[in-house]
Unconditional design. Structure first.
Length: 200
């Protein structure tokens, strides 16, 4: 749905990244985090034994023990505040740097996390599926679909930009590996560790 003819995120040659975003896109990125932050903040006021989350946040905060309410409450009591702080920190950085022209690698990694959080929530609300077809402009949620498409596009650009910081693959890392995990193992051994008999 969203198309662009130039890169928004580019390495600056000094270990950081340049941002080439039109003003409307910067305004969108500055406004979205506060909306999600409000949803996340509402969870902090929940009683300690209330492990439920709104449907829109179920992809962002999936249950650790969906079949055990007692363990799930214990997990929420132990880990949710830290997880919420992690999500909110990324969102706040995105909001505060939406007008920046340059970002450090660490800041761009935080952008990647925040963009993914926003995508997950919007995508859950829209009911995004793998076989999603074209969205009609008359759809009442059309603007949300455009927003989701844009965030997906920008996240992809961020991932591509950050991948340039990865070390080169080790020699031989791209060599072909057998696809069949039940075939003959490497080294001429059976799966029980005994040698494969030689033919006659």
């Amino acid at each position: 749905m969203f198309r662009a003819n130039r890169r928004r995120v580019r390495p600056d040659g000094r270990g950081g990244f340049e941002l080439h975003l039109p003003a409307p896109e910067r305004e969108l990125l500055a406004s979205l985090p506060a909306q999600l932050d409000e949803l996340l903040s509402s969870l902090e006021d929940r009683p300690a034994d209330d492990a439920a989350v709104p449907d829109s946040l179920r992809r962002l905060l999936p249950p650790a023990y969906p079949r055990d309410d007692e363990q799930e409450r214990a997990y929420v009591d132990l880990a949710r505040s830290e997880l919420l702080e992690h999500h909110r920190s990324a969102l706040q950085l995105l909001e505060s740097t939406a007008s920046a022209s340059n970002l450090s690698a660490e800041e761009l990694e935080s952008w990647m996390a925040a963009l993914n959080e926003l995508r997950l929530v919007i995508g859950t609300t829209l009911g995004v599926s793998e076989d999603q077809g074209e969205i009609d402009e008359d759809d009442p949620d059309y603007s949300q679909w455009v927003c989701y498409s844009y965030l997906s596009f920008l996240q992809s650009e961020v991932v591509d930009a950050l991948s340039g910081l990865l070390p080169p693959p080790l020699p031989g890392a791209d060599d072909e590996v057998p696809d069949d995990p039940w075939g003959e193992p490497l080294g001429g051994l059976r799966w029980d560790g005994t040698p494969v008999p030689e033919g006659p």
